[in-house]
Design a protein around this ligand. Structure first.
Ligand code: HEC
Length: 133
């Protein structure tokens, strides 16, 4: 799996920036950015859409973006977003938070979740992508 992934993204690595952002190599981060496109039908990093913004996600309490209309289930979830909680949520959103209005089945493949979460950790703290953090 990782072998295939590296093959697919290797050419992109040549254009990538400094090493080791969010625990990922530049080519892994690029793969994570491509996986994030699955989220961008509903989410943006810097502003709320169908789903809440992702800037500032790590360390944030679930359901706590001011002005965004969460479900009661998300407001009551009582979790803080981290690599671990995101991994569980993205594996099966409705399993972890029954009643969430996030209409997304989840990402079954653990290595894909790891790439996506690594990308999100980098992007959600980036001064360029998240200038208002
Ligand atoms: C079909 C639209 C849709 C897609 C696709 C989607 N989301 Fe969501 N997401 C939502 C909605 C709506 C909510 C708010 C859920 C609630 O209030 O129960 C949400 C909430 C979240 C939250 C909780 C944020 C917070 O502030 O507590 C995270 C984290 C999240 N989504 C990550 C993702 C990721 C990562 C992906 C891509 C793999 C994704 N979502 C794909 C609609 C979507």
């Amino acid at each position: 799996m990782m072998h295939l992934l590296r093959q697919a993204v290797l050419p992109l690595a040549m254009f990538a920036g400094p090493l080791w952002a969010g625990g990922l190599t530049p080519s892994e981060r690029q793969a994570g950015a491509e996986l994030y496109q699955r989220c961008q039908g509903c989410h943006a990093l810097a502003y709320d859409r169908t789903g809440p913004r992702h800037c500032g996600l790590f360390g944030r309490r679930a359901g706590s973006v001011e002005g965004y209309g969460y479900s009661q289930a998300m407001r009551d979830a009582n979790i803080v977003w981290s690599r671990q909680t995101l991994d569980r949520f993205l594996a099966g959103p409705l399993k972890m938070i029954p009643g969430t209005t996030m209409g997304y089945a989840g990402i079954a493949e653990p290595s894909q979740r790891a790439l996506l979460i690594g990308y999100l950790e980098w992007a959600s703290t980036s001064a360029t992508l998240c200038p208002n953090q």
